[in-house]
Design a protein around this ligand. Structure first.
Ligand code: UDP
Length: 242
């Protein structure tokens, strides 16, 4: 089932159901794009129809973060749980360990994707890391990277370029790449490689991961200003019905 939130359609699936659905995509061998939708993206998409259209064109959209889960509840169309990019990526890698899937990591600063790949291989020895590339390239260099991905024939392509660039990049190049599951994962490679810490479990459980990240990386403050604006929009639309 899909729910509609501020013009975006989101799959109301829990983590297990999402992983099963994506495993089906891999088995089909056909290209698919997945978006883990967070409040920052959805808020920005309110003023950018192209970003909203992109979400509504892809094959699966998850509720990435507490803000989206809360907003869906406010709208009277709850989703079962949050399915974040990094959690979904790790669950897919665990499945890929068992299934022997090929994985390509694109994005983050030079060296980080490779380090993340090594860490994944340690944890999931059955995964086949078929390629890595950093995320600091020009549009002109995209063709060469697309060729690398085509040659490596991954089942899973994780792209860490920050949103919405990673979503747009996948959408633009997926017709040529044809990867069964391609998804943007934001800062996940930084965390998996060990270069950045993820909020501890207690903070995740208290649903204040955003606060932890803000304290650790004060430079994110401007970005996080979007969260109260997003909340205000949700209340106006779904509580006051204005
Ligand atoms: N990044 C990149 N190329 C760029 C800009 C950013 O590869 O031109 C990477 C950056 O190094 C980081 C990720 O994209 O690993 C974005 O991380 P962020 O924490 O901003 O992700 P989000 O909050 O969007 O999930």
């Amino acid at each position: 089932m899909r729910i509609e939130l501020l013009g975006a359609y989101i799959d109301a699936l829990n983590m297990n159901e999402t992983v099963d659905k994506l495993a089906g995509f891999v088995k089909s061998g056909r290209p698919h794009q997945v978006i883990t939708l967070n409040p920052e993206y959805l808020y920005r998409a309110q003023g950018r129809q192209d970003l909203l259209d992109l979400v509504n064109r892809v094959d699966l959209v998850t509720a990435d973060g507490t803000g989206i889960v809360w907003a869906a509840k406010m709208a009277g169309t709850p989703v079962p749980e949050r399915v974040t990019g990094i959690d979904l990526m790790l669950r897919l890698c665990a499945r890929g360990d068992y299934e022997g899937w090929r994985v390509f990591l694109l994005g983050a600063s030079p060296g980080v994707a490779q380090e993340a790949g090594e860490k994944l291989k340690e944890q999931f020895p059955g995964l086949d890391i078929v390629g890595t590339h950093h995320g600091y390239f020009t549009d002109g260099e995209s063709r060469r990277i697309v060729d690398l991905i085509c040659e490596a024939k991954p089942h899973l392509l994780f792209v860490a370029l920050g949103m919405p660039r990673q979503e747009e990049w996948i959408a633009r190049h997926q017709p040529k790449m044809g990867v069964p599951v391609a998804m943007g994962v934001g800062g996940s490679f930084d965390v998996i490689s060990g270069r950045k810490e993820r909020a501890p479990l207690w903070a995740q459980r208290m649903k204040i991961e955003w606060l932890y990240r803000l304290v650790k990386e004060p430079s994110r403050f401007r970005r996080q200003l979007v969260l109260p604006k997003f909340a205000a929009l949700v209340i106006k639309r779904y509580v006051w019905k204005a």
